[in-house]
Design a binder for this molecule. Structure first.
Ligand SMILES: C[S@@+](CC[C@H](N)C(=O)[O-])C[C@H]1O[C@@H](n2cnc3c(N)ncnc32)[C@H](O)[C@@H]1O
Length: 198
């Protein structure tokens, strides 16, 4: 997590790409990574070959995950990022060196997930936050997960769909609760479903 916080190249990239974007009036050029610090740590520790994130928005999660994959590659463990988003303008941050390790599949997430052929080592659900859609994403990727894959849910503070998925597929469930400092929002968190031998 400290490695990400101290990554000045990534901060500079986010600043300049945000200022050059059509979103510059509504997007913070100084990024707060929040729960993405946890996503980064998972990628650095597990060195996945394929990371899939559903719901890209500006691409903050994308570049954080790509930064982790680039560091892994420097250490001899290359990996690839795939993001999905229904908004054709999503993902403007995923460019330059960060864009070299991944791409965005545009369209409905479930349809995009269907096209993925390789085993997924880290799956992050962060698209349509309705409980039903979240559950459909887990069902869609279930057969594509590698044996020790980690499934991250961005909705685990609000629904029990990741817990249900973990129980149904005999995985362990954990929840890492975010506690925003001096902010009105009570916080979301990182839901995790992982192999029961982890
Ligand atoms: C919460 S944002 C994603 C934030 C991003 N993961 C991050 O780390 O900054 C949710 C995104 O999901 C996208 N989305 C909503 N419904 C979708 C769907 N059915 N298929 C694909 N993307 C969808 C939205 O366009 C939006 O960009």
């Amino acid at each position: 997590m400290r490695e990400l916080k101290e990554d000045r190249s990534l901060r500079e990239h986010i600043r300049s790409a945000t200022r050059a974007s059509l979103d510059r009036a509504v997007a913070d050029s100084e990024a707060s990574y929040a729960k993405r610090l946890g996503w980064y740590a998972i990628v650095r520790i597990r060195r996945p070959r394929l990371v899939v994130e559903t719901g890209v928005d500006k691409g903050l999660g994308s570049v954080v995950l790509a930064a982790a994959l680039l560091r892994n590659a420097e250490e001899g463990f290359p990996g690839e990022y795939l993001g999905t988003d229904i908004n054709p303008a999503a993902g403007y941050l995923l460019q330059g060196p960060y864009g070299s390790v991944g791409k965005i599949l545009y369209g409905d997430s479930i349809a995009s997930l269907r096209t993925i052929q390789q085993p997924i080592d880290l799956f992050i659900n962060d698209s349509d936050h309705s409980a039903d859609y979240e559950a459909r994403e887990y069902a869609e990727v279930a057969a594509k997960l590698s044996p020790h894959a980690i499934v991250v849910g961005d909705n685990a503070h609000a629904t029990d769909k990741l817990l249900e998925f973990a129980e149904r597929t005999e995985r362990r469930f954990a929840f890492f609760r975010e506690q925003p400092h001096e902010h009105w929002y009570p916080g979301a968190g990182i839901g995790l479903a992982m192999s029961s031998t982890e």
